[in-house]
Ligand binder design. Structure first.
Ligand SMILES: Nc1ncnc2c1ncn2[C@@H]1O[C@H](COP(=O)(O)OP(=O)(O)OP(=O)(O)O)[C@@H](O)[C@H]1O
Length: 687
C-alpha cells in the first residue's frame, strides 16, 4: 500500500509524454562485441530539469551518454533528443544544441585556455564578441587561471574545469556532463551545481549529469540508478529516499541494489519461485526494462516517424567551411606550439634527399687492388698503358709481388689482383697481328684478374673499367637523344626518391593524427560539437598540405640548385605531381589513422608498407627487372607510374600530352580519391 502510493507520488513528480521530455530512450540496447552494455534501457529526461545518472563503475553510463549524443550507434531501440533522434539531418544534435563534457579531458594540450574556447566557439558559429564575453564569464565562474595559460601546464582539476567551460560555452539547450565534478574542490562543486540549478530554472535548458558523489545528486530534479545496463529507478531524489525510508540517497540506492540482487538471484535459482513471487511482490519477475521505481514506458507509446526534405539532407552531408577552417587553424596552432617538431618536419626531406644524392649511385673511391706486373717497367709496355687507363680515383693500385698480392687478398686487404705476364706486350701484339695463335700466346697476352667477390658493387667496377676502355676504343657514342652521357644511377633514382620521401613523410604526419585524438576523446568531442568525418578529413588534408608544400619547396631547391639534377620539363608539372603524391601520402595516413586505434599498430602499418612499396615501385631498380607476377602488382602501386612520369618530365622534357606522363597523374589522382573516400567511410562507420 505504501509502495503503491509512493509510485503515484513519483508519477505526479515526473512529466509524462514525449512532448515534455528532453531525452527519451526506449528499449535501448548496445553491445561491444559480445559484451552487452545497455540492455532494453528506458530513460526519460524531463525538459528543463537536471537528471542525475548514477550507477556503479562499468554499468554503462558513459556508453549511454555517447549513444544519446550520437557518437555511438545503438543496436536496438530508439532515442529522441530534443525532439529528434541524434544525428538526424538538420538536427543540431550533435551540434550547437548540445554541450558535452566527456569523461576524458578531451582537450588539446598545446592550446591555451583561450585557444580552446575560441576553437569550440568557431565550431558553434559564435561571433568573436560572443566568444570573448562567454570566455570572460567562464574564466571567472570556473575560477580558471589566466586565459593564456597552456592546458598542458594546468592541474588535473583546472583541466576538468576548462573542459566544463567548453561544454557550457555556447549556452546549449542540453548539457551532457560525464563526471564534471571529479577532482573539483567542494566549494567549486557547490558552485557548479548552483549554476546548473540556475540555468534549468528558465525551463529551456536540460541537464544530464553523471557523478560518483551520490549525495550531490540530491540537487538533481530526477535521478536514475543504472545497474547492469538498465535503470533500476528513475524518480526525484526525495521520492527514492522516502520509498526506502532512507536518510541519504546513497543509502536508498544501496537498498535498491540489494532488492535488485535478490530478484536476480531468485530468477536465476528457481523459475518456479518466479511464478510464486509474481503474485506477491511488484519487484519479482520484473521486466528488466521496467524500473523498480518510476515511470515505465507506456506500452502504447508510439515511435514517431521523422522526415527531412532533400535540401536539409544535402546540407547535412555537405561539409561546412566554418568547421574545416576551425579544424585547420587548430592543427596549425598546435604545430606552431611545437616549433622543434615543425623544424624537424621541414628539414627531414632535405636531409633524406641530400643523403641519397651524396651516398647513392656515386663512383666507388679508393678500392685497393694489388697489381702484379711481371713486365719490365718500361712506360711503353702495354701493361703500364692499360694500368694508366684505370680510373685512379676509384682504384688504388698497389704494386706487389705475386705472393704478397695473394697474401693480401686472403687477409681482406685488397679487393682483387691484376696480373700481367712477363711478355704481355709482345704476346698481345702477336694476338692482334696473327689470326691464329697458340694457347701460350693467348694466356700470356691476357690480363689475369682474381677477385674477392664478396662485395659485388665495388669489384664490378674493375672489369667495368676495362670493358669501358674497350667500348671507348670500339664504339662511337653519338649525342644521346634524351639524358646526358654522364647520366648516373643517382639521376635515375632521384625523381622516385623525391616522390617516395614526400609520400612517406606525409603518411608519417597523418598516420597518428586520429589515433591520438581518438584516444584522448578529442574526435568524439569534436563530433558532438557538430564536426563531420568529411570535415575532419578535409581539415587534416589542408593543414598537412601546408607542411608538405614547405617540404616540397625545400626538396626542389636542393635537388635542382644544390645537386644540379637536370629538369628539362615544366617545373609546374613537377610541383603538381609531387604535391599530388604528398596528398596520396596524407590520405593513406588518414586511412591508417581511421582504421587503427593504437599508436604502435598504426606505426607498424605505416612502416610495414614502406619497404615493399619502395622496392616494388621501380624507384631504386627499374620495374623491367621485376619478375612478371610482381610486376603487375608493381604497376598498380601509387608510385610506379608516378615515378616514371616524373622522370619523363624532368629528363625528357615531356608534357601532359604524353601517355607516360598523364598516366602518372591519373594513377595518383585515382589513389587520392580512393584513400580519401575509404578513410571517410571507415571513420564514419567507426562512430
Ligand atoms: N570501446 C569499448 N570497447 C569494449 N568495451 C567497452 C568499450 N567502452 C566501454 N566498454 C565496456 O563497457 C562497459 C561499460 O563502460 P562505461 O564506460 O559505459 O561504464 P561507466 O558506467 O561509464 O563506468 P565509469 O563510471 O567507471 O566511467 C564496461 O564494462 C567497459 O569495459
Amino acid at each position: 500500500m505504501k509502495e503503491g502510493s509512493m509510485t503515484a507520488d513519483v508519477e505526479a513528480a515526473l512529466p509524462a509524454g514525449q512532448g515534455d521530455s528532453a531525452i527519451l530512450c526506449r528499449d535501448v540496447c548496445r553491445s561491444y562485441g559480445k559484451l552487452r552494455v545497455l540492455s532494453n534501457l528506458n530513460l526519460t529526461v524531463p525538459q528543463g530539469q537536471i537528471y542525475g545518472l548514477l550507477g556503479p563503475s562499468g554499468c554503462g553510463k558513459t556508453t549511454l551518454l555517447k549513444c544519446i549524443v550520437g557518437t555511438l550507434k545503438i543496436s536496438r531501440g530508439h532515442i529522441t533528443v530534443l525532439g529528434k533522434p541524434p544525428a538526424f539531418p538538420g538536427h543540431e544534435i550533435p551540434g550547437r544544441m548540445v554541450g558535452y563534457m566527456p569523461q576524458d579531458l578531451a582537450l588539446y594540450n598545446e592550446f591555451t585556455i583561450s585557444d580552446t574556447l575560441i576553437f569550440f566557439g568557431r565550431i558553434h558559429g559564435l561571433s568573436w564578441k560572443e566568444t570573448q564575453a562567454r570566455m570572460d564569464f567562464l574564466i571567472d565562474f570556473l575560477d580558471l587561471p589566466q586565459k593564456h595559460s597552456l592546458v598542458r601546464n594546468l592541474s588535473g582539476g583546472q583541466r576538468r574545469r576548462v573542459s566544463l567551460g567548453a561544454a557550457l560555452l555556447q549556452n546549449p539547450e542540453l548539457l551532457i556532463l560525464d563526471e564534471p565534478t571529479v577532482g573539483v574542490d567542494p566549494v567549486l562543486r557547490a558552485k557548479i551545481w548552483q549554476h546548473l540549478v540556475e540555468i534549468v530554472k528558465t525551463g529551456k535548458v536540460s541537464v544530464i549529469i553523471t557523478t560518483h558523489y551520490i549525495e550531490e545528486a540530491r540537487q538533481a530534479n530526477v535521478v536514475g540508478l543504472m545497474r547492469n545496463g538498465h535503470l533500476l529507478a528513475e524518480a526525484p531524489p526525495e521520492a527514492v529516499m522516502k520509498l526506502h525510508s532512507a536518510t541519504t540517497l546513497e543509502h536508498a540506492f544501496l537498498q535498491l541494489c540489494q532488492s535488485s540482487d535478490r530478484i536476480d538471484s531468485k530468477q536465476d535459482s528457481s523459475p518456479r519461485a518466479l511464478v510464486l513471487e509474481n503474485s506477491q511482490s511488484f519487484e519479482s519477475g520484473r521486466d528488466e526494462s521496467r524500473p523498480i521505481l518510476g515511470l515505465a514506458p507506456e506500452p502504447t507509446e508510439e515511435i514517431p516517424k521523422y522526415s527531412a526534405d532533400w535540401k536539409v539532407r544535402a546540407r547535412h552531408v555537405l561539409p561546412k567551411w566554418r568547421n574545416i577552417a576551425a579544424l585547420t587553424v587548430k592543427t596549425l596552432v598546435r604545430m606552431k606550439r611545437m616549433p622543434g617538431s615543425l623544424c624537424f618536419q621541414f628539414l627531414l626531406p632535405v636531409i633524406q634527399i641530400s643523403l641519397i644524392c651524396l651516398c647513392v649511385g656515386g663512383d666507388p673511391k679508393g678500392i685497393q687492388v694489388a697489381v702484379v706486373n711481371n713486365e719490365t717497367s718500361s712506360s711503353s709496355s702495354f701493361s703500364n698503358k692499360l694500368l694508366s687507363f684505370l680510373d685512379n680515383s676509384s682504384v688504388q693500385q698497389v704494386p706487389l709481388s705475386h705472393s704478397d698480392a695473394f697474401d693480401g687478398i686472403y687477409n681482406g686487404e685488397y679487393w682483387g689482383v691484376l696480373g700481367f705476364g712477363k711478355n704481355f706486350t709482345s704476346y698481345l701484339t702477336k694476338r692482334m697481328i696473327e689470326r691464329q695463335v697458340s694457347r701460350e700466346v693467348v694466356d700470356g697476352g691476357s690480363v689475369h684478374v682474381w677477385l674477392d667477390l664478396t662485395s659485388k658493387i665495388q669489384i664490378h667496377e674493375i672489369p667495368w673499367d676495362f670493358f669501358h676502355i674497350v667500348l671507348e676504343l670500339m664504339t662511337c657514342f653519338e649525342e644521346p637523344i634524351y639524358g646526358s652521357k654522364n647520366t648516373d644511377f643517382t639521376t635515375f633514382v632521384t625523381p622516385g626518391a623525391v616522390l617516395s620521401i614526400t609520400f612517406y613523410l606525409a603518411v608519417g604526419l597523418t598516420a597518428l593524427s586520429f589515433v591520438l585524438e581518438r584516444k584522448e576523446g578529442l574526435l568524439d568531442r569534436c563530433w558532438v560539437a557538430g564536426v563531420s568525418s568529411l570535415e575532419t578529413m578535409l581539415a587534416h588534408l589542408f593543414s598537412q598540405l601546408f607542411v608538405i608544400s614547405v617540404q616540397i619547396i625545400m626538396l626542389l631547391l636542393f635537388i635542382l640548385l644544390v645537386f644540379k639534377t637536370p629538369n628539362e620539363g615544366s617545373l609546374v608539372l613537377v610541383i603538381i605531381l609531387i604535391v599530388l603524391q604528398g596528398v596520396t601520402g596524407i590520405s593513406f595516413g588518414l586511412v591508417i589513422s581511421s582504421a587503427i586505434d593504437d599508436e604502435q599498430n598504426a606505426n607498424q602499418a605505416a612502416l610495414g608498407i614502406f619497404y615493399p612499396n619502395l622496392i616494388l615501385s621501380g624507384i631504386i631498380w627499374p620495374v623491367e627487372c621485376i619478375p612478371y607476377p610482381l610486376r603487375y602488382l608493381s604497376l598498380i602501386l601509387p608510385q610506379t607510374y608516378a615515378s616514371e612520369s616524373l622522370r619523363c618530365i624532368m629528363y625528357r622534357g615531356w608534357g601532359l600530352s604524353r601517355m607516360m606522363v598523364w598516366r602518372g597523374f591519373a594513377v595518383t589522382l585515382g589513389w587520392n580519391t580512393f584513400f580519401l573516400i575509404l578513410a571517410t567511410v571507415i571513420l564514419k562507420l567507426r562512430t
